[in-house]
Design a protein around this ligand. Structure first.
Ligand code: 5MM
Length: 341
């Protein structure tokens, strides 16, 4: 393992002003997104959509540091025969790959999940590296509800995340470690804080036990935020203050970077929260975005599967990428959104 090189890549994807595009929707998830815009989820449409994103010159060259791909996409070619992964490399962004294979019910733990995909992961990583992937991503899902999460679900998922991370580093691939505490329930921000704190502490304990080099990884966490159905939604400043406090308590400074998931926040909320956190700096790690929905909802709508809308889709994507790029330096203002509208 070349830790200097792993650290170089991990640092590059959290460069201030840039962040990660999570375009790794599995077949079921991209179908849901396409259903919402009335587009059939065929292999060709998925290729055209992602090609549109990766050819968005302004976004890709100025605000996107890395792209997380799904297995299908990493082997796909653009319409003119150029491998999609080459489009990403040519833009200057680092290609990455989602390597988990989704979730299964966790035995003895009703309502809880464990992420799977460790079998043959070492061989798959080797092929992804040869294809050009320099980082990977694995998402664990922790739900908050009555009596959950159990310590069992937290420990099992933390163990598996660390197993994945160690395999990645042995394959010279930077692991993005994503323990996502869902914001789907009616819990308040303090319950989210407590659960996320338990999840992060256990995850870092496992990472250390399994000898993962913290200097060669990136953390992709949720923010400390109110559940979507909570009657009292915490304001932006509270989310920023509690998230920064939580991360300072749980994430060692040896970790080069933290890149948030958006988790179902609105586009502008996800941007405002990241921006507000940078107002509380200096911070011990790079802090940026690794958004899926909060970067793609607008371009998906603008594109709607029509070739004549490609420029509109690219412009919507570039706008969101620019807003989040500014937020990753604490330089975003809501007036910039209004101007664009
Ligand atoms: C883009 O969505 C990713 C893949 O999800 P599935 O395996 O469920 O299809 C997902 O892992 C994503 O990278 C993160 O959850 C962050 O995405 P959001 O939309 O929460 O920013």
């Amino acid at each position: 393992m070349n830790l200097t090189e792993l650290n170089r890549i991990a640092t590059a994807v959290v460069t201030p002003g840039k962040g990660i595009l999570a375009a790794d929707e599995s077949s079921g998830t991209i179908k849901k997104r396409f259903d919402a815009i009335g587009v059939e989820s065929t292999e060709g449409n998925r290729r055209d959509y992602r090609e549109m994103l990766f050819r968005s010159k302004e976004a890709m060259s100025q605000y996107i540091s890395g792209v997380i791909l799904y297995d299908e996409t990493i082997w796909q070619d653009a319409k003119d025969g150029t491998p999609l992964i080459k489009l990403i490399e040519q833009s200057g962004a680092v290609p990455g790959i989602k390597v988990d294979e989704g979730t299964q019910a966790l035995p003895m733990c009703p309502g809880e999940l464990v992420t799977v995909g460790l079998d043959k992961l070492a061989e798959r990583l080797k092929k992804y590296y040869e294809r050009g992937a320099r980082f990977a991503k694995w998402r664990a899902v922790i739900d908050i509800g009555s009596g959950i999460p159990s310590m069992t679900a937290i420990s099992v998922n933390a163990h598996v995340l660390a197993r994945y991370a160690a395999l990645c580093q042995a394959a010279q691939i930077v692991p993005i470690v994503e323990p996502e505490v869902l914001m789907d329930g009616d819990h308040d921000i303090d319950r989210c804080y407590d659960v996320t704190s338990r999840v992060l502490n256990k995850t870092f304990q496992e990472l250390r036990v399994q000898r993962v080099a913290l200097e060669g990884m990136v953390l992709k966490p949720n923010m400390a935020i109110s559940g979507k159905k909570c009657a009292k939604q915490a304001p932006v400043e509270e989310v920023a203050e509690k998230t920064v406090r939580l991360l300072k308590a749980c994430v060692p400074a040896a970790v080069p970077g933290i890149a948030f998931l958006s988790g179902g926040q609105s586009d502008e909320e996800a941007t405002a929260h990241l921006n507000a956190m940078h107002k509380l700096g200096p911070l011990p790690w790079g802090l940026t975005f690794s958004y899926g929905r909060a970067l793609q909802a607008a371009p998906q709508k603008a594109w709607s599967g029509k070739a004549e809308n490609v420029a509109a889709g690219q412009s919507a994507f570039s706008h969101r990428a620019r807003m989040n790029g500014l937020a990753s330096k604490g330089e975003w203002q809501s007036s910039l959104e209004k101007k664009a509208a």
